[in-house]
Structures are given as C-alpha cells and as structure tokens.
Design a protein around this ligand. Structure first.
Ligand code: SF4
Length: 67
C-alpha cells in the first residue's frame, strides 16, 4: 500500500522534534525554520507515527493511498 505524508508548513513551529525522531522522512529547510518532508511516500513506520504524535503543532498528516 502506498502512503503520502505532508506537513502544514504554516502551522509548523520549527521545533525539530520530527527530525530528531525520524530523520529519514523529515529534515529542516535551508533556513532551519520549518520542517520539510524529504521522503513523501515512506512506509508508515513507528517512527513516522511517533513524529506525528509528538508534533506540538499537530501539523504532520499522512494518508494511506489506495493501491
Ligand atoms: S514536529 Fe511539527 S512543529 Fe516541530 S518541526 Fe516537525 S512538523 Fe514542525
């Protein structure tokens, strides 16, 4: 099954928590102000779920696309 993951960059406060938890999917942008998704269709691992759960702005979302 395919997935897609995204960040609402308006809501992102740049805390870096998601990057610490799951750097394979999330990195900070070149200014270090917002997180960006570097792997937009990852397998949804425990780390991805944890990053979304711990995001203080609740701005990480992922959907399970139809195969
Ligand atoms: S955890 Fe959420 S608020 Fe913090 S950098 Fe990542 S997306 Fe932005």
């Amino acid at each position: 099954m395919k997935h897609s993951i995204s960040i609402d960059t308006y809501e992102c406060n740049g805390c870096g928590s998601c990057v610490e938890i799951c750097p394979e999917v999330f990195q900070m942008d070149e200014n270090g102000e917002k997180a960006v998704v570097v792997n937009p269709s990852p397998n949804i691992t425990a780390q991805v779920e944890e990053a979304a759960a711990y995001c203080p702005s609740k701005c990480i979302s992922y959907v399970h696309d139809q195969p």
